[in-house]
Design a protein around this ligand. Structure first.
Ligand code: PMP
Length: 348
């Protein structure tokens, strides 16, 4: 989280906007909270350049609940929906569609290559209700550089680990969702962007909290939304707009951080080795291994002592992962590279 946002949250925890209270203590039906929520929706739309054809919903249940809401709303029992599998998060989404009784079809998968790349050949169904993909694989460190333009159905995407990290091309999407806890704010909020025309194709009669129509009809206030998480996200979006200068600038900064780190890894003669294929590399999650596997543990332990924490790869794959989310500045990447050079000099 950007320091300026944390400081503001700390100050406003005692008095938010002259109310004498924090956001946590005010009714979600109050005019102040309602105004803050609509302002947040507008901030999202304006940062992403979304027009009137889009709605912004605030959901809960993490990104994982979207894995079920999507097939429930748009596929239904036996409904054919296509998936592209790039690793754990899309695998889970596919399985969830099966559990929900839909008929998901795997249109492409990079599993046989250990999910080291984003597929570029697809076996789409003739008329899927939607085509699902995860735009950035947090675990494998892969990212879709561009999205399929000729899919036979609307794209729906899990943007969780790169939401607001670049200018997203949503032209082929009917729905995009993201858990807030990477680039946006605290856990507990899932942002769903939904195209109105796509929303109209949703099935009716689902349990209310699983029904996108209910969120649309009630302005995401059918029940109590996660107001504190929305409030922090609001401040993050203002930081993005006012201090960073918008998404194009954010993308430029993120690309520069990633270029620096991948560039360094590539010139270590294999001492450090990126796990994702070059064309599929994620600027958000830089995953790599040490050629001498036995050095990975000391690498992580010593890094922690140097104040470089959170570098362990996801528990399902191991290795090292440097997550370069929006709030992390380039100096942090430089510090990491200095540490990596010193470690290599000692152990190379
Ligand atoms: N999708 C992606 C790309 C993720 O990285 C994660 C979690 N890190 C999830 C989904 C699951 O998110 P949640 O914990 O919010 O359900």
């Amino acid at each position: 989280m950007p320091l300026s946002v944390l400081e503001r949250v700390a100050a406003e925890t005692l008095d938010w906007g002259g109310t004498g209270m924090s956001v946590m203590e005010i009714s979600h039906r109050s005019k102040e909270v309602a105004a803050m929520c609509s302002e947040t929706q507008e901030l999202i739309k304006s940062l992403l350049g979304l027009g009137e054809e889009w709605e912004v919903l605030f959901c809960q249940g993490g990104a994982s609940l979207q894995f079920a809401m999507l097939p429930l709303n748009f596929a239904g029992p036996g409904g054919v929906c296509d998936y592209v599998d790039t690793g754990v998060w899309s695998t889970k989404a596919f399985q969830e569609a099966q559990i929900c009784g839909a008929a998901p079809h795997m249109a492409a998968s990079s599993e046989s290559d250990d999910f080291t790349h984003i597929p570029d050949k697809f076996d789409f169904s003739p008329k899927p209700k939607y085509v699902y993909l995860c735009t950035n694989n947090t675990v494998r460190g892969t990212r879709w550089a561009t999205f399929p333009q000729d899919a036979p159905g609307p794209l729906v995407g899990d943007f969780s680990s790169e939401f607001m990290a670049r200018k997203h091309d949503l032209s082929k999407f009917g729905l995009a969702f993201a858990g807030a806890q990477k680039n946006v704010g605290p856990a507990g909020l899932t942002i769903v962007l939904i195209r109105k025309a796509f929303a109209e194709t949703a099935r009716k009669g689902l349990p209310r909290m699983l029904d996108y129509r209910v969120y649309l009809e009630h302005g995401s206030m059918y029940n109590t939304p996660p107001v504190q998480a929305i409030y922090v996200s609001n401040l993050i979006f203002k930081w993005l707009r006012d201090e960073i200068g918008g998404l194009a600038k954010m993308e430029e900064l993120n690309e520069a951080k990633a270029k620096l780190l991948y560039g360094y890894i590539d010139q270590t003669g294999g001492f450090y080795r990126g796990t994702a294929q070059v064309g599929s590399r994620s600027p958000m999650n830089v995953t790599f291994r040490l050629a001498k596997g036995e050095l990975e543990k000391p690498f992580l332990e010593e890094a922690k002592k140097e104040g470089l924490s959170g570098l362990g790869g996801h528990r399902s794959v191991g290795g090292v992962r440097a997550s370069l989310y929006n709030a992390l500045d380039i100096q942090a990447v430089e510090t990491l590279i200095s540490y990596m050079s010193a470690f290599m000099a000692k152990n190379g």
